[in-house]
Design a protein around this ligand. Sequence first.
Ligand code: NDP
Length: 279
Amino acid sequence: MIDTYAVIGNPISHSKSPLIHSEFSKQTQQHIRYETILSPLNGFTTAIEIFRQGGGKGLNVTLPFKVEAYKISTQLTEQASSSHAVNTIVFDGDKIYGDNTDGTGLIRDITVNLRFAITAKRVLLCGAGGAARGIVLPLLKQNPLILTISNRTTQKAHELRKQFSSYKNIESGNYKDILGKEFDLIINATSTSLINKSLPLPQGIFSAKSLVYDLMYGNMNTPFLQFARKEGATHLSDGIGMLVEQAAESFFIWRGIRPETKPVIKMLRKKTQNDMRNK
Ligand code: NDP
């Protein structure tokens, strides 16, 4: 019997995961089936139970179920428990292993694909929502000089910082608090790019050498990236690399084989550009 995996979410038709995992399975000659599951908003537990009873081996979990997946997991990795969110599940009998590969995916994209060393750098993380929560620990593990979390709702930034109070190189606040500071790495982990809105970032936070990273994928012209360009930043990235790298990490957790990500990133970038042109 072929091992079956799936991505579960609501909505789900936009998901690139089936395409990415189909490329990974071809490349590694791992014959797996990868499905999509549209779960009712109030039916996540039932949907995954049906999948598990049918012999499903593992799941990718996307919006809005990452916190529910965290809650139903019987075993959690450090990364999943620190982010309070699960995006990768492995079923083993009655056990449900929950992991979160988003942060690892981002770090691999930045440090390996974009060849940017985070160690000893000044890092600004914009946002304190689900994605930001998954990124803080992997960023801190890279030993930045300072990690600054800025968020519209200041309290949420403070709460996120307090979770990592054993680290001394972390601070939090709102966007006004970063006036007069410059950063080497600026990450947009807010949902503003999805709704084509800009962030209230002060001028002067970017340098020509800064790496500016928007988690949103498939659009290099988000208001955030446009502002960075206007401010003189030249090293810009969207989140396609992170998307593929987090999927590769899930594939590795399930199959014990690490797929080549570069050709898949290239293929997906081309495809999203074509999709944008044909819109
Ligand atoms: P959440 O809804 O959990 O968090 C939203 C964040 O955006 C909060 O910090 C919120 O601030 C902030 N925000 C929303 N609107 C505004 C606004 N008008 N002005 C300022 N701040 C605002 O979303 P997620 O964390 O799940 O997702 C964030 C982004 O990350 C999305 O674009 C998503 O597509 C992307 N993503 C990409 C991945 C990839 O693999 N490339 C993986 C995961 C996510 P406040 O707290 O004040 O409301």
